[in-house]
Design a protein around this ligand. Structure first.
Ligand code: FMN
Length: 170
């Protein structure tokens, strides 16, 4: 696959606009490779590093893996592609099913991390987890479904060690 390395913010607008539609996080620990759809994400800069943040509910299979793998790839399909796959990976757990096989994804090695990328996508971030933070609901009520104590999330801070897009002349 031909790729072009980019600065992490070069395609920030497309990346951020993809969050509400869902993008794909892949993490690998030993022989376990799993993909899940994420949408609650931030792109930013902290500790003098480019950072990709996402929150993962502790009930996810991905939560189990990412705590051990400590790295993940962010895989973004552009132009509203792969809607079905995004929905599938956001409504099925890797505990029960091999989502790579089911979605017929092609997996390729990353350059700087162990977790591979999904070549079917267009924009990629390779991230190393450098910090995590449990999300605390400061309002003390359970009225917000996604912030209630029953829906505990862990926030992961991934240092973006490499960003690239498919295609390009390099
Ligand atoms: C559009 C969309 C966005 C989602 N964003 C998140 C998210 O940011 N964090 C999260 O924990 N779950 C999110 N989910 C739900 C997970 O993708 C879903 O529970 C998935 O089945 C977990 O897979 P796993 O158990 O294989 O890790 C999202 C689902 C969809 C459809």
């Amino acid at each position: 696959m031909k790729i072009e390395n980019i600065h992490y913010s070069d395609h920030a607008k497309e990346l951020i606009n993809s969050f509400p539609k869902g993008i794909l996080l892949l993490t690998k620990y030993k022989e376990n490779i799993n993909i899940m759809t994420i949408g609650w994400c931030l792109l930013g800069y902290m500790w003098n590093r480019p950072i990709f943040q996402t929150i993962i509910r502790t009930s996810r299979f991905t939560f189990n893996l990412i705590g051990k793998s400590k790295n993940f790839s962010v895989n973004v399909p552009l132009k509203d592609k792969m809607k079905e796959e995004i929905l599938f990976c956001g409504t099925n757990s890797g505990i029960d099913i091999n989502k790579i096989k089911k979605c017929r994804f092609t997996i390729s090695n990353s350059q700087l991390i162990d977790s591979p990328i999904i070549s079917n996508c267009d924009l990629f971030l390779e991230c190393k987890v450098i910090a995590k933070l449990p999300i605390e609901n400061i309002n003390g009520d359970n009225s917000h479904e996604n912030l209630s104590d029953n829906h505990f999330h862990m926030m992961y801070y991934g240092e973006i060690v490499l960003s690239y897009i498919k295609g390009g002349n390099r």
